[in-house]
Write a protein that binds this ligand. Sequence first.
Ligand code: 5RP
Length: 220
Amino acid sequence: MPSADDMKKAAAEAALEYINSGDIVGVGTGSTANYFIDLLGRIKGRIDGAVASSEASAKLLRGHGIEVMELNNVGDLPLYVDGADEATQHGYLIKGGGGALTREKIVAQASEKFVCIADDSKLVDVLGDFPLPVEVIPMARSLVARYLVDLGGQPEYRVGFVTDNGNIILDVRNMRIVDPKDLETRLNQMPGVVTNGLFAHRGADVMLFGGASGVEKIEV
Ligand code: 5RP
């Protein structure tokens, strides 16, 4: 039985086939995305550069000698590759376990194709067992937390964590998310919320799940 890390690596490797020569690739954040970055390092001659969804990924990419570009300077991207904390077969995701949700959402939105890579433990029927990360402007922390309680959630302040954008994260437990698009919209309307970790309006186009018997591909 392969380990979860082996499954993540296998999913990352399968994502390489979506890269075309000369692409500027959008790159996600987290342990699975890190495996993808390592693989990108091996084929870096085939790509023109990358746009990173976090300072951490940018540093890793540069460490492999890959040019990290500003999204503002490159316009739309052909491809975004990133992991997920939970995924449904419709391509709806919870992301942000690593706290990079806002930049991840920006790069995903700017990309023609979003390929999600994960081990198959991330595939669920209904989102919400994994606490939903919400990035919040610091002064709105209590206001937004009360709103999340009104919605039935149990928000928890991610102590000691500051996002790349200088904000805080509330992780929301107790959400059984049956309508991800609706909840994503409602959360985004609350003043003080920068982004929430639901990727439903712009979910994954392709999901590659590493498992015991290889990589399963789901096209949405
Ligand atoms: C970071 C993310 C990651 O994609 C998510 O947390 C999955 O991470 P991992 O690949 O380590 O399981 O959204 O903000």
